[in-house]
Ligand binder design. Structure first.
Ligand code: HEC
Length: 154
């Protein structure tokens, strides 16, 4: 192969790797005035993320209610509703706008709800459930501390 061809190939590879890095790791973010990273989303994308958030909040309430009422089935059902399986299909275009750390925190939160559901079913231990919820909510706190959402109009 000629030297120029190699150079072109190498340059293209760098561009592709750069695009992949931006798409998978960096996402579409800006530094916000409050010190957080601002996700730059379109209205429908924000709606999707926020709907998932409100479902999280409902689940937290339901888990507490289940514990208070000594109803571990309610706990498990509520947690499973926001587990991995129930996770909304995120469009690829939105995936590419979310930074890797954000995605990891999100996946981890869904996974933790699943294991909370499983433990609640298997052991029915209220203290253990509250302990798991307390730990899981560190994810809510750290993500909210690091990220916010602002709208961009296309
Ligand atoms: C992966 C990141 C992430 C995780 C994990 C996360 N959130 Fe959020 N949440 C956000 C972002 C970003 C916003 C928008 C905040 C802003 O723009 O100021 C938000 C907003 C919300 C809102 C406001 C919804 C609305 O309609 O206005 C609620 C309620 C909420 N989150 C609850 C939770 C709860 C409860 C948990 C944990 C079980 C949680 N979130 C975990 C990122 C996350």
């Amino acid at each position: 192969m000629c030297k120029t061809c190699w150079t072109i190939t190498a340059l293209m590879l760098i561009v592709i790797l750069g695009m992949a890095y931006k798409f998978i790791v960096v996402g579409s973010v800006e530094q916000a005035t409050d010190g957080r990273l601002s996700l730059q989303l379109e209205p429908a994308e924000k709606d999707l993320v926020m709907a998932e958030m409100r479902a999280f909040l409902v689940t937290v309430q339901q888990i507490n209610e289940g514990v208070v009422q000594d109803d571990m089935k309610k706990v498990a059902d509520a947690a499973r509703k926001v587990g991995r399986a129930a996770q909304e299909a995120v469009p690829v275009s939105l995936m590419g706008k979310l930074p890797l750390d954000f995605k990891k925190l999100g996946f981890d939160t869904h996974t933790k709800f699943d294991s909370l559901a499983l433990d609640a079913e298997q052991f029915g231990d209220k203290e253990q459930t509250l302990g798991a919820l307390t730990e899981l909510m560190q994810n809510c706190i750290s993500c909210h501390a690091g990220y916010r959402i602002d709208l961009v109009m296309e």
